[in-house]
Design a protein around this ligand. Structure first.
Ligand code: CTP
Ligand code: CA
Ligand code: CA
Length: 649
């Protein structure tokens, strides 16, 4: 007898309708964090008004008290009560006080010459020339929060990636898998006939309890469908995250928001969707609905010229309008890789991994000078501070030691640097770093003019990886967590890593040790990108549109924060079209281009894969994929680069 619903159906059809759309193989993939698993559960956790909360917790300030974190005359973080008065990150301190007379404005801690430790100082705002911002207090809180997250999740089933100073990605797949098997014994039995392609039984039809989650509405056609295992999986993920957030709140008194979805792209959009103190769940059947209303340029990697090119090429503004464009049309206009990537991304497809195996590659302490500095004495004072800053951060890397030190300076519109090895065997302390940096400064001075100097920075790199091999995943995270933020952001916010590129990137990063061979070689270059590209990339990546909760990944970046007299005028990179809201962001981005050119030249190679910092937003998904305008110095195309054929050609 046919059922009335399936007048023509045979019993076979009827049976399959009671099967899940997912297979035993999908279930296995879940246990092994396979990025392409359709049951995958990824969460993104982002602290609300992070620096502001740090100050509130530190000072024991009541939750409803408006508070902003001040840096010189600007605000860099504004808590939600203050946002209620219209105070925002763009406000000056004067405007903010007008809007909210009751505002507590707490200046960030600073380093000051002569002190061997950063401190909160009453007079910091008036000392932009002599002080350097310290984000150490926030790093410390960040580290505690990360640690707690890792303690809350089962150690053998977690994958946690620090994405910036106040955000992490968690791949919850393996934990969800284990909870699924626990709760649904029917999933424990082996597939009939050992056939992994066989479909799973459907989950029991029970009302799923989403508690207080913000649920993104389902796609229209999907509303009538019964829940399948992907819904159950994401619900479990959501329970896990509610627990994690509860722990963070209870133990450390921080509020955060989270997005739970089946990949990083969506979970990141989800955490920004409802703030503060909320979590948003984007079920796979809700993805289209969720993404459709986004402006294309708000999607990660679609900012800047790249996004503009996509919108103008197809004459569209929103994701919804771009959806009807076929894959073939996309490929035709954007090239095969970029076209495919765009096609997938606007459909919420993202197979990038949550990677906990990130290690610090370099550390950088920097200061931009407006006005420029002109004397050795001035420079030396800053070297003292950089040495103290790096030395205190190195303390957290206890067992890993950098092998090289670089001094970078900006003179005459160019970033240049000098490198030296750090001799092993000696205690690596502030004094040693200071002495080495002075040696480098003397070298630079003996070779040419440095003054006026617009930027000075000290970095260490080439960290020994001696403990890497046998360290548990958990071990990495506590240690180079800052680096993790840097490296993750270098990789993540900007660049979709297309298949096959990840390994190349890893190899490149692993080349960190090569720098040591360049013993006192005169670089007409900026950075030793072997050692410091992660750091530099992160710098730039952070300078994404301030205040944009969707695309902007900002890591609490000192260089940016030292925006002395920053203006809000926007500027564009003439080489790749990336746009910046802060002139110094553009500057550091252009430094990156220069560094990369020199690096490529120096190494006599043509890798197209080192990612520019903020310009990431303006790029095609296959990395630089530059137009000829964006190619290396002199506009020449690098091997492996392809032209984007915007507008058809
Ligand atoms: N930050 C910064 N400079 C920027 C952007 C951010 O110094 N241009 C710092 C902020 O102080 C912030 C932290 O980085 O506290 C994290 O940034 P973000 O998550 O973007 O903003 P939040 O202040 O945490 O606010 P939200 O609640 O929207 O996440
Ligand atoms: Ca935040
Ligand atoms: Ca953030």
């Amino acid at each position: 007898m046919s059922s009335p619903q399936f007048p023509e159906s045979s019993p076979v059809t009827d049976t399959s309708s009671r099967k899940s759309q997912f297979t035993y193989r999908h279930l296995c993939q879940l246990a092994s964090f396979a990025p392409s698993c359709p049951l995958r559960v990824v969460a993104h956790i982002d602290l609300d008004a992070f620096y502001a909360q740090c100050e509130m917790v530190r000072l024991g300030i009541p939750e409803d008290q408006p508070l902003a974190v001040q840096q010189w005359q600007n605000l860099i973080a504004v808590n939600y009560p203050a946002r209620g008065f219209g105070v925002g990150r763009h406000c000056t301190i004067t405007d903010a006080k007008k809007l909210c007379p009751n505002l507590v404005a707490q200046h960030v801690a600073t380093w000051r010459e002569g002190d061997d430790k950063w401190a909160y100082r009453e007079d910091a705002a008036a000392n932009v020339a002599s002080d350097k911002v310290s984000l150490d207090p926030y790093r410390l809180q960040s580290r505690k929060i990360l640690q707690l997250i890792k303690e809350t999740l089962p150690s053998n089933l977690q994958r946690v990636e620090k994405a910036s100073i106040d955000e992490v990605f968690c791949d919850l797949s393996a934990q969800v898998h284990s909870i699924l098997l626990e709760r649904f014994p029917e999933l424990r039995s082996p597939p009939p006939h050992g056939d992994l392609t066989g479909r799973l039984p459907r989950p029991p039809v029970v009302a799923l309890n989403w508690m207080a989650d913000a649920l993104v509405d389902l796609d229209e056609h999907a509303e009538s469908q019964d829940p399948d295992w992907d819904d159950v999986a994401i619900l479990i993920g959501s329970e896990i995250i509610r627990d994690v957030r509860g722990q963070i709140r209870e133990e450390l008194r921080y509020a955060c928001s989270a997005g739970i979805a089946n990949n990083k792209l969506l979970s990141k959009l989800g955490s920004a969707y409802k703030k503060p103190n909320q979590q948003t769940v984007i079920r796979s059947r809700a993805i289209q609905h969720f993404l459709s209303d986004f402006k294309i340029t708000k999607i990660r990697n679609f900012g800047g010229k790249f996004g503009d090119n996509v919108t103008s090429t197809f004459g569209v503004d929103t994701v919804r309008e771009l959806l009807p464009v076929t894959l073939d049309q996309m490929k035709l206009k954007l090239g095969d890789d970029t076209g495919t990537w765009v096609y997938n991304t606007i459909r919420g497809v993202d197979h990038s991994e949550v990677s906990s195996r990130t290690q610090i590659k370099s550390m950088l302490s920097a200061k931009s000078f407006r006005p420029a500095i002109h004397t050795v004495e001035q420079a030396t004072r800053w070297l003292r501070i950089f040495a103290a800053d790096i030395s205190s951060r190195l303390g957290e890397e206890n067992r890993r030691r950098p092998r090289t030190i670089n001094l970078h300076y900006r003179h005459d519109g160019q970033m240049k640097s000098r490198q030296a090895p750090i001799a092993q065997g000696k205690a690596l302390n502030e004094q040693l770093l200071f002495d080495l940096s002075r040696t480098l400064l003397n070298q630079i001075l003996s070779e040419g003019n440095v003054w006026p100097c617009m930027n000075l920075s000290l970095s260490v790199g080439g960290f020994e990886d001696s403990v890497v091999g046998n360290m548990g995943i958990g071990g990495f995270l506590v240690k180079g967590e800052e680096a993790q933020a840097l490296r993750s952001s270098a990789k993540d916010p900007g660049f979709p890593i297309l298949p096959g590129r990840q390994a190349a990137k890893r190899r490149r990063l692993d080349g960190a040790g090569e720098g040591i061979h360049r013993f006192f070689i005169r670089h007409n270059t900026t950075n030793d990108h072997n050692a410091s590209e992660t750091e530099d990339n992160a710098k730039g990546l952070e300078d994404l549109v301030p205040g944009d909760p969707v695309t902007g990944l900002r890591n609490g970046n000192e260089e940016k924060n030292e925006a002395d007299g920053a203006s809000s005028e926007s500027s564009e990179c003439s080489r790749c079209g990336a746009s910046f809201d802060w002139p110094q962001s553009l500057q550091s981005h252009q430094d990156w281009h220069l560094a990369k050119d020199l690096h490529d030249e120096e190494r006599g190679q043509s890798r197209a894969t080192i990612h520019p910092p903020a310009s990431a937003r303006s790029k095609g998904p296959s990395g630089p994929a530059p137009s000829s305008k964006r190619a290396g110095r002199g506009g020449k195309m690098e091997h492996g680069q392809r032209k984007l054929t915007f507008g058809g050609s």
